[in-house]
Design a protein around this ligand. Structure first.
Ligand code: SF4
Length: 219
C-alpha cells in the first residue's frame, strides 16, 4: 500500500515527464472521440488516427453516421480489426444519440453505458476528457499493467477492480490526466515485457523495481 505522499510523488513525476496529459486520439467533435475510442479497442491509437479522417469526411455529421450503410462504414474502419462489430456499434450509437440524447453525448456514466459498444473504460474517458469530471479512471491495458507494477493496485487484471482501487488512492483532480500519462509511459519506458527500469523516473516508488531489479530475487 502506498502512502498519500508516495502516490502524489508518482503523479507529480509523471506530470513533469509528460506535461500534456491528453488523449492521443485525434478528434474534433465529442461523438468523434466516442467512436475513436470504440475503434481503438484491440487496435493502436495511431492506426485509428489514420482511418478516422476519411470516415468522418465521408460521414460528416451524426445524422450521416446514423443513416450510414453499415457495410460502407466497415470499409473505412476495416484495418482497425473487429470491424463488423465496431461499424455496427458506431451506426447504432449514432442513432441512439439522436433519438435519446438530442444529438449530444450524454454526461453520466449511467447514460454512456447504455450506448452500443460503450463500456466503463470508454465512459470514463468521455467523462474525463469531455465533461472534466474529477476522479475518473481509464483502466486500459497500460494503466492496469503499470499501476500493478508500481503497487498502486493489488495487481488485478480486472479493469473494474483496478478502476475502483485507483479511485480510492489517486487525487481526483489528477486521475484522468494521470491515466493518459500512463499510456505515454507504457509506450516509451514501462514497455510491456521489457520495462526500461534503468531509465524510469518512477523507480523510487515502484514495487516491481524494488523487488526484481534493485535487489533481484534469489534462486
Ligand atoms: Fe515500469 Fe520499471 Fe518504471 Fe516500475 S521502474 S514503472 S516496472 S519501468
Amino acid at each position: 500500500m502506498k502512502s498519500t505522499e508516495e502516490v502524489r510523488a508518482i503523479v507529480e513525476a509523471l506530470k513533469e515527464l509528460y506535461p500534456d496529459g491528453i488523449c492521443s486520439l485525434d478528434y474534433e467533435k465529442d461523438y468523434e472521440l466516442l467512436f475513436s475510442v470504440r475503434l481503438a479497442a484491440q487496435c493502436t491509437d495511431e492506426r485509428v488516427n489514420k482511418v478516422t479522417p476519411a470516415l468522418f469526411a465521408r460521414f460528416p455529421t451524426l445524422e450521416a453516421l446514423a443513416n450510414a450503410d453499415i457495410s460502407e462504414v466497415e470499409q473505412y474502419i476495416h484495418s482497425t480489426g473487429f470491424f463488423r462489430a465496431k461499424a455496427r456499434d458506431i451506426v447504432l450509437a449514432s442513432q441512439m444519440l439522436l433519438s435519446e440524447y438530442g444529438g449530444k453525448v450524454p454526461g453520466t456514466m449511467e447514460d454512456l453505458l447504455k450506448l452500443p459498444g460503450v463500456g466503463r473504460k470508454t465512459a470514463n474517458l468521455m467523462l474525463g476528457d469531455v465533461f472534466h469530471v474529477p476522479g475518473v479512471v481509464v483502466a486500459d491495458t497500460h494503466c492496469i499493467r503499470i499501476t500493478g507494477l508500481l503497487g498502486l493496485t493489488d495487481g488485478s487484471k480486472d479493469p473494474t477492480k483496478v478502476e475502483m482501487q485507483l479511485r480510492k488512492v489517486l487525487p481526483p483532480e489528477e486521475s484522468n490526466d494521470f491515466c493518459h500519462r500512463l499510456v505515454f509511459h507504457g509506450r516509451a519506458v514501462c514497455i510491456a515485457r521489457r520495462p526500461q527500469c534503468g531509465e524510469c523516473v518512477l523507480r523510487p516508488w515502484c514495487d516491481y523495481f524494488s523487488k526484481n531489479v534493485a535487489e533481484p530475487a534469489k534462486d
